[in-house]
Design a protein around this ligand. Sequence first.
Ligand code: AKB
Length: 316
Amino acid sequence: MSEKILVTGANGQIGKVLTAALREKYGRKNVIASDIVKTPADNEPYLFLDILNKTRLYEIVEDHNITQVFHLAAILSANGEWNPLKTWNINLNGLITILELAKEKKLKKVFFPSTIAVFGRTTPRVDTPQAVPLEPETIYGISKVSGELLCNYYHQKYGIDVRSIRYPGIIGYQSIPHGGTTDYAVEIFHSALKGETYECFLAPDTRLPMMYIPDAIRATIELMEAPVENIKTRTSYNLASMSFSPAEIYAEIKKNLPEAQITYQPDFRQEIAASWTESIDDSQARADWGWAPAYDLSAMTKDMIEQIEKLYFQHH
Ligand code: AKB
């Protein structure tokens, strides 16, 4: 039987690009996008879905004979702090619904995105290993640690083939992310290309693990396609490619766009970033399913500028 995939949170920063990549691979009609927002007509097949609406979710899976779910719907780190209980409800109960569904409807595979936000101040900051203390301070991080544990539980207890990655901050040109702490690394490119001074909400020396979106999408698909016996981590895999601070990415952008300007005005997101780690040891992902990143800071910066220039040129 061929695969029929449901993507939740398909309009988000990762969802948009992942949905397109999955459609390339499995055929447009076999990948159903869903989200809680209206979507442009060119995103068909698309279904409106509130992840907390269990009845609707079950209907979709039954009506479309869904075999895999990529469950991306969630509230991110910065936005999560405005409404912690809502964030817990969407992030955790959304996942539980999907895992129960996987059990009852015998889904072949589930993907769950975790994040560097699972780390906290007790986690080793440099080359953070796979197995470390996880004491996050944001409700987003707490929901993702719990999510990782639930994934592992459903795998151990019910044999659900659920796989997960701890994404670093994701940099992409296809959309402007909202509600995260790493969003600055996308906004800075748009400001530079518009000739505006960028007001950065993190301090200049705040180093965080980051990744260019083509690497993140490829990692997701490679993980999901790896032979089941290779998947040894059922909480979530550390994943890395580059780490930089606002000052470092600004310097790199300036090599390509000498006019670029930045000022620093750290806000509450600075504390969130400071509670995370700065670089990641992803040797387990490399060993188990052959992960290797393609983009470093310089290659990513060049490509981001080229891609955003193309977007602006097409639209203006
Ligand atoms: C965020 O900043 O909240 C996300 C993440 C690192 O999970 N980009």
